[in-house]
Design a binder for this molecule. Sequence first.
Ligand code: NAD
Length: 419
Amino acid sequence: MTTAVREVSVFGDGIAYFNQAADLLELDAGMRRILTHPSRQIIFSIPFQRDSGEMEVFTGYRVQYNFARGPAKGGIRFHPGVTLDEVTALAFWMTWKCAVVDLPFGGGKGGVTCDPATLSQNELERITRRYAAELVEVVGPDKDVPAPDVNTTPQVMAWFMDTYSMHVRQHVPGVVTGKPLEIGGSRGRVEATGRGVTICALDEMSHMGLVPEQSKIVIQGFGNVGLYAAKLFAERGCSVVGISDVTGAYYNKNGIDVHAAIEHAAKHRNLEGFKGGDKISNGELLTSECDVLVPAALEKVFTAENAPNVKAKLIVEGANGPTTPEADSIFKQKGIVVIPDIMANAGGVTVSYFEWVQDRMGYFWKESEVNERLEDVLLANLGELRAIKNARSSTFRVAAYALAIDRVVKAARLRGIYA
Ligand code: NAD
Protein backbone atom coordinates (compact mmCIF):
# COMPACT_ATOMS: atom_id res chain seq x y z
CA MET A 1 0.00 0.00 0.00
CA THR A 2 1.58 3.31 -1.00
CA THR A 3 1.46 6.55 0.95
CA ALA A 4 -0.01 8.28 -2.09
CA VAL A 5 -3.07 6.02 -1.99
CA ARG A 6 -3.64 6.66 1.71
CA GLU A 7 -3.52 10.45 1.16
CA VAL A 8 -6.86 10.37 -0.66
CA SER A 9 -9.71 11.20 1.77
CA VAL A 10 -10.95 8.13 3.60
CA PHE A 11 -13.85 10.12 5.05
CA GLY A 12 -14.83 10.92 1.45
CA ASP A 13 -15.20 7.17 0.76
CA GLY A 14 -17.42 6.85 3.82
CA ILE A 15 -19.65 9.71 2.68
CA ALA A 16 -19.96 8.14 -0.79
CA TYR A 17 -21.24 4.89 0.77
CA PHE A 18 -23.53 6.83 3.13
CA ASN A 19 -25.12 8.67 0.20
CA GLN A 20 -25.88 5.45 -1.71
CA ALA A 21 -27.87 4.14 1.27
CA ALA A 22 -29.40 7.55 2.06
CA ASP A 23 -30.74 7.63 -1.52
CA LEU A 24 -32.29 4.18 -1.00
CA LEU A 25 -33.94 5.44 2.21
CA GLU A 26 -34.95 8.73 0.53
CA LEU A 27 -33.43 10.52 3.50
CA ASP A 28 -34.14 14.25 3.66
CA ALA A 29 -31.37 16.80 3.11
CA GLY A 30 -31.43 18.11 6.70
CA MET A 31 -30.85 14.71 8.29
CA ARG A 32 -28.12 13.97 5.71
CA ARG A 33 -26.41 17.21 6.71
CA ILE A 34 -26.51 16.31 10.41
CA LEU A 35 -25.26 12.76 9.91
CA THR A 36 -22.38 13.76 7.66
CA HIS A 37 -20.90 16.09 10.32
CA PRO A 38 -18.93 14.82 13.30
CA SER A 39 -20.32 15.91 16.66
CA ARG A 40 -16.90 16.71 18.11
CA GLN A 41 -13.28 16.58 16.86
CA ILE A 42 -10.50 17.00 19.40
CA ILE A 43 -6.85 17.57 18.39
CA PHE A 44 -4.09 18.01 20.93
CA SER A 45 -0.32 17.87 21.34
CA ILE A 46 1.41 15.07 23.19
CA PRO A 47 4.78 16.35 24.35
CA PHE A 48 6.90 13.42 25.40
CA GLN A 49 10.42 12.53 26.40
CA ARG A 50 12.26 9.66 24.76
CA ASP A 51 14.29 7.30 26.95
CA SER A 52 17.35 9.12 25.54
CA GLY A 53 16.08 12.40 27.06
CA GLU A 54 15.19 13.90 23.69
CA MET A 55 11.88 15.85 23.62
CA GLU A 56 9.29 15.29 20.93
CA VAL A 57 5.71 16.34 20.27
CA PHE A 58 3.17 13.97 18.71
CA THR A 59 -0.39 14.81 17.69
CA GLY A 60 -3.35 13.07 19.32
CA TYR A 61 -6.95 12.94 18.10
CA ARG A 62 -10.34 11.85 19.39
CA VAL A 63 -13.43 12.19 17.22
CA GLN A 64 -16.86 11.64 18.78
CA TYR A 65 -18.97 11.33 15.68
CA ASN A 66 -22.49 10.70 16.93
CA PHE A 67 -24.26 10.18 20.27
CA ALA A 68 -27.87 9.55 19.16
CA ARG A 69 -27.91 5.90 20.33
CA GLY A 70 -25.53 6.17 23.30
CA PRO A 71 -21.97 7.00 24.38
CA ALA A 72 -19.34 7.24 21.63
CA LYS A 73 -17.51 3.95 21.09
CA GLY A 74 -14.40 3.20 19.08
CA GLY A 75 -10.73 2.29 19.11
CA ILE A 76 -7.47 4.16 19.45
CA ARG A 77 -4.93 3.79 16.64
CA PHE A 78 -1.18 4.41 16.99
CA HIS A 79 0.26 4.67 13.47
CA PRO A 80 2.42 7.07 11.41
CA GLY A 81 -0.46 7.51 8.93
CA VAL A 82 -3.02 8.74 11.48
CA THR A 83 -4.70 11.99 10.35
CA LEU A 84 -7.83 13.88 11.37
CA ASP A 85 -9.47 12.71 8.14
CA GLU A 86 -8.73 9.07 8.90
CA VAL A 87 -9.88 9.26 12.51
CA THR A 88 -13.08 11.06 11.44
CA ALA A 89 -13.80 8.37 8.85
CA LEU A 90 -13.20 5.63 11.41
CA ALA A 91 -15.50 7.37 13.94
CA PHE A 92 -18.13 7.75 11.21
CA TRP A 93 -17.89 3.99 10.48
CA MET A 94 -18.15 3.18 14.19
CA THR A 95 -21.49 5.01 14.28
CA TRP A 96 -22.90 2.71 11.59
CA LYS A 97 -21.13 -0.37 12.91
CA CYS A 98 -22.63 -0.03 16.38
CA ALA A 99 -26.04 0.61 14.83
CA VAL A 100 -25.86 -2.27 12.35
CA VAL A 101 -25.46 -4.76 15.20
CA ASP A 102 -27.93 -2.77 17.34
CA LEU A 103 -25.61 -1.81 20.21
CA PRO A 104 -26.58 1.13 22.47
CA PHE A 105 -23.57 3.19 21.38
CA GLY A 106 -22.71 6.05 19.08
CA GLY A 107 -19.44 6.23 17.16
CA GLY A 108 -15.98 7.48 18.08
CA LYS A 109 -12.34 6.90 17.23
CA GLY A 110 -8.97 8.20 18.31
CA GLY A 111 -5.35 8.02 17.41
CA VAL A 112 -1.83 9.26 17.77
CA THR A 113 0.40 9.96 14.76
CA CYS A 114 3.43 7.94 15.82
CA ASP A 115 5.36 4.85 14.85
CA PRO A 116 5.16 2.33 17.71
CA ALA A 117 7.89 0.22 16.05
CA THR A 118 10.35 2.94 17.11
CA LEU A 119 9.06 3.21 20.70
CA SER A 120 10.16 1.35 23.83
CA GLN A 121 7.50 0.03 26.24
CA ASN A 122 8.23 2.93 28.60
CA GLU A 123 7.84 5.45 25.78
CA LEU A 124 4.58 3.80 24.70
CA GLU A 125 3.28 3.98 28.26
CA ARG A 126 4.15 7.69 28.59
CA ILE A 127 2.39 8.53 25.31
CA THR A 128 -0.68 6.50 26.28
CA ARG A 129 -0.94 8.11 29.72
CA ARG A 130 -0.60 11.62 28.31
CA TYR A 131 -3.15 10.80 25.61
CA ALA A 132 -5.60 9.53 28.28
CA ALA A 133 -4.96 12.51 30.58
CA GLU A 134 -5.83 14.93 27.76
CA LEU A 135 -9.21 13.20 27.36
CA VAL A 136 -10.26 12.77 31.01
CA GLU A 137 -13.17 15.25 30.79
CA VAL A 138 -14.65 13.86 27.59
CA VAL A 139 -14.37 10.07 28.00
CA GLY A 140 -16.10 7.78 30.54
CA PRO A 141 -18.49 4.80 30.58
CA ASP A 142 -21.46 7.08 29.77
CA LYS A 143 -19.58 9.50 27.52
CA ASP A 144 -17.08 7.81 25.23
CA VAL A 145 -15.53 4.35 25.59
CA PRO A 146 -12.26 3.75 23.67
CA ALA A 147 -10.88 0.32 22.73
CA PRO A 148 -7.87 -1.17 20.89
CA ASP A 149 -7.24 -0.62 17.19
CA VAL A 150 -4.11 -0.84 15.02
CA ASN A 151 -1.01 -1.08 17.25
CA THR A 152 -2.86 -0.66 20.54
CA THR A 153 -3.05 -3.64 22.85
CA PRO A 154 -4.78 -4.74 26.08
CA GLN A 155 -1.74 -3.32 27.90
CA VAL A 156 -2.34 0.09 26.30
CA MET A 157 -5.98 -0.12 27.47
CA ALA A 158 -4.77 -0.99 30.99
CA TRP A 159 -2.60 2.17 31.07
CA PHE A 160 -5.51 4.23 29.74
CA MET A 161 -7.91 2.85 32.37
CA ASP A 162 -5.38 3.39 35.16
CA THR A 163 -4.66 6.99 34.13
CA TYR A 164 -8.38 7.82 33.92
CA SER A 165 -9.11 6.09 37.25
CA MET A 166 -6.26 7.98 38.96
CA HIS A 167 -7.62 11.30 37.68
CA VAL A 168 -11.21 10.70 38.78
CA ARG A 169 -10.13 9.01 42.03
CA GLN A 170 -12.17 5.86 41.57
CA HIS A 171 -11.87 2.51 39.83
CA VAL A 172 -13.57 2.84 36.43
CA PRO A 173 -12.94 -0.30 34.37
CA GLY A 174 -15.80 0.57 31.97
CA VAL A 175 -13.97 3.61 30.59
CA VAL A 176 -12.26 1.41 27.98
CA THR A 177 -12.81 -2.06 26.58
CA GLY A 178 -10.28 -4.59 25.32
CA LYS A 179 -8.58 -4.63 28.73
CA PRO A 180 -6.64 -7.60 30.11
CA LEU A 181 -8.91 -10.12 31.87
CA GLU A 182 -7.34 -9.42 35.28
CA ILE A 183 -8.63 -5.83 35.34
CA GLY A 184 -12.13 -6.17 33.95
CA GLY A 185 -11.61 -7.46 30.42
CA SER A 186 -14.05 -9.91 28.86
CA ARG A 187 -13.30 -13.48 27.98
CA GLY A 188 -13.32 -13.84 24.21
CA ARG A 189 -12.55 -10.16 23.49
CA VAL A 190 -9.06 -10.67 22.05
CA GLU A 191 -10.26 -12.98 19.27
CA ALA A 192 -13.75 -11.43 18.92
CA THR A 193 -13.14 -9.45 15.72
CA GLY A 194 -11.51 -12.39 13.95
CA ARG A 195 -14.26 -14.67 15.27
CA GLY A 196 -16.90 -12.28 13.92
CA VAL A 197 -15.18 -12.28 10.51
CA THR A 198 -15.35 -16.08 10.36
CA ILE A 199 -18.96 -16.19 11.64
CA CYS A 200 -20.07 -13.81 8.85
CA ALA A 201 -17.91 -15.55 6.24
CA LEU A 202 -19.11 -19.07 7.05
CA ASP A 203 -22.74 -17.97 7.12
CA GLU A 204 -22.52 -16.33 3.70
CA MET A 205 -20.42 -19.22 2.35
CA SER A 206 -23.26 -21.61 3.23
CA HIS A 207 -25.70 -19.37 1.29
CA MET A 208 -23.29 -19.39 -1.66
CA GLY A 209 -22.83 -23.15 -1.56
CA LEU A 210 -19.15 -22.93 -0.57
CA VAL A 211 -18.23 -25.91 1.61
CA PRO A 212 -15.65 -24.93 4.30
CA GLU A 213 -13.53 -28.06 3.77
CA GLN A 214 -13.20 -27.27 0.06
CA SER A 215 -12.70 -23.51 0.39
CA LYS A 216 -9.46 -21.58 0.02
CA ILE A 217 -9.01 -18.49 2.18
CA VAL A 218 -6.56 -15.58 1.77
CA ILE A 219 -6.03 -13.09 4.59
CA GLN A 220 -4.17 -9.78 4.34
CA GLY A 221 -2.79 -8.68 7.73
CA PHE A 222 -1.72 -10.98 10.55
CA GLY A 223 -2.48 -8.85 13.59
CA ASN A 224 -5.35 -9.08 16.02
CA VAL A 225 -8.01 -9.50 13.33
CA GLY A 226 -6.14 -11.48 10.66
CA LEU A 227 -4.39 -13.90 12.98
CA TYR A 228 -7.52 -15.02 14.83
CA ALA A 229 -9.52 -15.15 11.61
CA ALA A 230 -6.85 -17.46 10.14
CA LYS A 231 -6.87 -19.64 13.26
CA LEU A 232 -10.68 -19.95 13.33
CA PHE A 233 -10.99 -20.57 9.57
CA ALA A 234 -8.42 -23.38 9.92
CA GLU A 235 -10.31 -24.80 12.92
CA ARG A 236 -13.46 -24.93 10.78
CA GLY A 237 -11.64 -27.02 8.17
CA CYS A 238 -10.98 -24.28 5.59
CA SER A 239 -7.66 -24.15 3.80
CA VAL A 240 -5.87 -20.85 4.51
CA VAL A 241 -3.69 -20.56 1.40
CA GLY A 242 -2.38 -17.01 1.81
CA ILE A 243 -1.43 -14.72 4.70
CA SER A 244 0.52 -11.48 4.92
CA ASP A 245 1.72 -8.71 7.12
CA VAL A 246 3.72 -5.54 6.67
CA THR A 247 6.84 -7.63 5.87
CA GLY A 248 5.28 -9.42 2.88
CA ALA A 249 2.89 -12.17 1.83
CA TYR A 250 3.11 -15.98 1.89
CA TYR A 251 1.13 -18.29 -0.40
CA ASN A 252 0.83 -22.07 -0.31
CA LYS A 253 -1.77 -23.64 -2.59
CA ASN A 254 -1.84 -26.74 -0.38
CA GLY A 255 -2.69 -24.70 2.71
CA ILE A 256 -0.53 -22.84 5.20
CA ASP A 257 0.11 -24.38 8.61
CA VAL A 258 -1.63 -21.57 10.52
CA HIS A 259 -0.41 -22.83 13.88
CA ALA A 260 3.22 -22.62 12.64
CA ALA A 261 2.61 -19.11 11.28
CA ILE A 262 1.20 -17.98 14.64
CA GLU A 263 4.23 -19.44 16.44
CA HIS A 264 6.57 -17.72 13.97
CA ALA A 265 4.82 -14.36 14.44
CA ALA A 266 4.89 -14.73 18.23
CA LYS A 267 8.63 -15.46 18.18
CA HIS A 268 9.72 -12.85 15.61
CA ARG A 269 6.96 -10.22 16.08
CA ASN A 270 6.08 -10.61 12.36
CA LEU A 271 6.05 -13.12 9.49
CA GLU A 272 9.48 -12.18 8.03
CA GLY A 273 11.35 -15.40 7.26
CA PHE A 274 8.26 -17.65 7.46
CA LYS A 275 9.03 -20.77 5.43
CA GLY A 276 5.52 -22.24 5.19
CA GLY A 277 4.73 -20.71 1.78
CA ASP A 278 6.17 -18.92 -1.24
CA LYS A 279 6.94 -15.29 -0.55
CA ILE A 280 4.95 -13.00 -2.84
CA SER A 281 4.12 -9.30 -2.70
CA ASN A 282 1.11 -7.97 -0.82
CA GLY A 283 -0.28 -6.80 -4.16
CA GLU A 284 -0.01 -10.33 -5.62
CA LEU A 285 -1.74 -11.77 -2.57
CA LEU A 286 -4.87 -9.71 -3.19
CA THR A 287 -5.26 -11.09 -6.70
CA SER A 288 -4.24 -14.69 -5.93
CA GLU A 289 -6.50 -17.76 -6.42
CA CYS A 290 -8.95 -18.16 -3.53
CA ASP A 291 -12.65 -18.42 -2.66
CA VAL A 292 -12.70 -16.01 0.27
CA LEU A 293 -10.50 -12.94 0.66
CA VAL A 294 -10.21 -11.17 4.01
CA PRO A 295 -8.50 -7.77 4.04
CA ALA A 296 -7.46 -7.31 7.70
CA ALA A 297 -4.76 -4.61 7.56
CA LEU A 298 -5.53 -0.99 6.66
CA GLU A 299 -7.93 0.96 4.46
CA LYS A 300 -7.97 1.50 0.68
CA VAL A 301 -6.35 -1.77 -0.38
CA PHE A 302 -8.87 -2.45 -3.18
CA THR A 303 -8.80 0.24 -5.83
CA ALA A 304 -9.90 0.65 -9.46
CA GLU A 305 -6.43 -0.67 -10.44
CA ASN A 306 -6.41 -4.03 -8.65
CA ALA A 307 -10.16 -4.76 -8.28
CA PRO A 308 -10.56 -6.09 -11.86
CA ASN A 309 -7.95 -8.77 -11.09
CA VAL A 310 -9.44 -10.02 -7.80
CA LYS A 311 -10.40 -13.70 -8.15
CA ALA A 312 -12.19 -14.31 -4.86
CA LYS A 313 -15.92 -15.11 -4.83
CA LEU A 314 -16.47 -13.55 -1.42
CA ILE A 315 -14.70 -10.64 0.30
CA VAL A 316 -15.18 -10.27 4.05
CA GLU A 317 -13.84 -6.92 5.25
CA GLY A 318 -11.95 -7.51 8.48
CA ALA A 319 -10.28 -4.11 8.13
CA ASN A 320 -12.13 -0.82 8.16
CA GLY A 321 -12.52 0.83 4.75
CA PRO A 322 -10.41 -1.57 2.65
CA THR A 323 -12.53 -1.05 -0.49
CA THR A 324 -12.75 2.25 -2.38
CA PRO A 325 -16.16 3.06 -3.91
CA GLU A 326 -14.61 2.52 -7.40
CA ALA A 327 -13.43 -0.97 -6.45
CA ASP A 328 -16.78 -1.68 -4.82
CA SER A 329 -18.67 -1.06 -8.06
CA ILE A 330 -16.17 -3.26 -9.96
CA PHE A 331 -16.82 -6.06 -7.45
CA LYS A 332 -20.55 -5.59 -7.95
CA GLN A 333 -20.16 -5.88 -11.75
CA LYS A 334 -17.99 -8.98 -11.35
CA GLY A 335 -20.54 -10.59 -9.01
CA ILE A 336 -18.09 -10.73 -6.09
CA VAL A 337 -20.08 -10.68 -2.84
CA VAL A 338 -18.72 -8.26 -0.22
CA ILE A 339 -19.63 -8.40 3.46
CA PRO A 340 -18.82 -4.81 4.42
CA ASP A 341 -16.57 -3.74 7.29
CA ILE A 342 -19.37 -2.34 9.42
CA MET A 343 -20.90 -5.83 9.60
CA ALA A 344 -17.90 -8.14 9.06
CA ASN A 345 -15.66 -6.72 11.77
CA ALA A 346 -18.42 -5.80 14.24
CA GLY A 347 -17.52 -8.82 16.40
CA GLY A 348 -14.92 -6.73 18.23
CA VAL A 349 -17.26 -3.94 19.24
CA THR A 350 -19.99 -6.43 20.11
CA VAL A 351 -17.77 -8.16 22.67
CA SER A 352 -16.56 -4.71 23.77
CA TYR A 353 -20.20 -3.99 24.52
CA PHE A 354 -20.38 -7.26 26.49
CA GLU A 355 -17.24 -6.17 28.38
CA TRP A 356 -18.80 -2.78 29.21
CA VAL A 357 -21.96 -4.54 30.45
CA GLN A 358 -19.90 -6.98 32.58
CA ASP A 359 -17.82 -4.12 34.03
CA ARG A 360 -20.97 -2.27 35.02
CA MET A 361 -22.43 -5.42 36.62
CA GLY A 362 -19.14 -6.50 38.19
CA TYR A 363 -20.10 -10.01 37.07
CA PHE A 364 -18.17 -11.85 34.37
CA TRP A 365 -19.43 -14.40 31.88
CA LYS A 366 -17.95 -17.71 30.73
CA GLU A 367 -16.17 -17.68 27.36
CA SER A 368 -18.79 -20.00 25.85
CA GLU A 369 -21.50 -17.54 26.91
CA VAL A 370 -19.65 -14.64 25.27
CA ASN A 371 -19.12 -16.59 22.04
CA GLU A 372 -22.73 -17.79 21.86
CA ARG A 373 -24.13 -14.29 22.42
CA LEU A 374 -21.70 -12.92 19.82
CA GLU A 375 -22.84 -15.43 17.22
CA ASP A 376 -26.52 -14.65 18.01
CA VAL A 377 -26.01 -10.89 17.57
CA LEU A 378 -24.03 -11.18 14.35
CA LEU A 379 -26.22 -13.77 12.64
CA ALA A 380 -29.48 -12.00 13.57
CA ASN A 381 -28.26 -8.73 12.06
CA LEU A 382 -26.55 -10.35 9.05
CA GLY A 383 -29.91 -12.06 8.41
CA GLU A 384 -31.62 -8.64 8.45
CA LEU A 385 -29.06 -7.33 5.95
CA ARG A 386 -29.64 -10.29 3.66
CA ALA A 387 -33.39 -9.67 3.75
CA ILE A 388 -32.91 -5.96 2.85
CA LYS A 389 -30.35 -6.85 0.16
CA ASN A 390 -32.74 -9.34 -1.44
CA ALA A 391 -35.82 -7.12 -1.12
CA ARG A 392 -34.06 -4.05 -2.55
CA SER A 393 -31.72 -5.87 -4.98
CA SER A 394 -28.83 -4.01 -3.36
CA THR A 395 -25.40 -5.04 -2.17
CA PHE A 396 -24.69 -6.07 1.42
CA ARG A 397 -22.91 -2.76 1.85
CA VAL A 398 -25.86 -0.59 0.85
CA ALA A 399 -28.16 -2.81 2.95
CA ALA A 400 -25.85 -2.44 5.97
CA TYR A 401 -25.69 1.34 5.70
CA ALA A 402 -29.45 1.52 5.13
CA LEU A 403 -30.21 -0.55 8.25
CA ALA A 404 -27.70 1.40 10.36
CA ILE A 405 -28.76 4.83 9.11
CA ASP A 406 -32.41 3.98 9.68
CA ARG A 407 -31.68 3.01 13.30
CA VAL A 408 -29.63 6.17 13.97
CA VAL A 409 -32.20 8.41 12.27
CA LYS A 410 -35.02 6.92 14.37
CA ALA A 411 -33.06 7.64 17.57
CA ALA A 412 -32.12 11.15 16.39
CA ARG A 413 -35.74 11.98 15.48
CA LEU A 414 -37.09 10.68 18.81
CA ARG A 415 -34.54 12.75 20.73
CA GLY A 416 -35.07 15.81 18.53
CA ILE A 417 -32.63 18.64 17.93
CA TYR A 418 -31.64 20.51 21.11
CA ALA A 419 -31.22 24.09 20.02
P1 NAD B 1 -2.94 -4.97 14.19
O1 NAD B 1 -2.02 -3.82 14.38
O2 NAD B 1 -3.06 -5.98 15.25
O3 NAD B 1 -2.55 -5.74 12.83
C1 NAD B 1 -2.44 -5.12 11.61
C2 NAD B 1 -1.77 -6.11 10.67
O4 NAD B 1 -1.72 -5.57 9.35
C3 NAD B 1 -0.32 -6.43 11.04
O5 NAD B 1 -0.06 -7.80 10.82
C4 NAD B 1 0.49 -5.58 10.05
O6 NAD B 1 1.79 -6.10 9.82
C5 NAD B 1 -0.40 -5.70 8.85
N1 NAD B 1 -0.15 -4.69 7.83
C6 NAD B 1 0.06 -3.37 8.00
N2 NAD B 1 0.27 -2.78 6.80
C7 NAD B 1 0.18 -3.77 5.87
C8 NAD B 1 0.29 -3.81 4.48
N3 NAD B 1 0.56 -2.71 3.79
N4 NAD B 1 0.12 -5.00 3.85
C9 NAD B 1 -0.15 -6.12 4.54
N5 NAD B 1 -0.27 -6.14 5.88
C10 NAD B 1 -0.11 -4.99 6.54
O7 NAD B 1 -4.36 -4.33 13.82
P2 NAD B 1 -5.79 -5.01 13.93
O8 NAD B 1 -6.36 -4.68 15.24
O9 NAD B 1 -5.68 -6.42 13.47
O10 NAD B 1 -6.61 -4.15 12.85
C11 NAD B 1 -6.57 -4.43 11.46
C12 NAD B 1 -7.75 -3.76 10.80
O11 NAD B 1 -8.96 -4.22 11.41
C13 NAD B 1 -7.81 -2.24 10.92
O12 NAD B 1 -8.44 -1.71 9.76
C14 NAD B 1 -8.71 -2.02 12.11
O13 NAD B 1 -9.33 -0.74 12.11
C15 NAD B 1 -9.71 -3.12 11.89
N6 NAD B 1 -10.46 -3.52 13.08
C16 NAD B 1 -9.84 -3.96 14.21
C17 NAD B 1 -10.60 -4.37 15.30
C18 NAD B 1 -10.00 -4.95 16.54
O14 NAD B 1 -10.76 -5.38 17.42
N7 NAD B 1 -8.69 -5.03 16.65
C19 NAD B 1 -12.00 -4.28 15.25
C20 NAD B 1 -12.59 -3.83 14.07
C21 NAD B 1 -11.81 -3.46 12.99
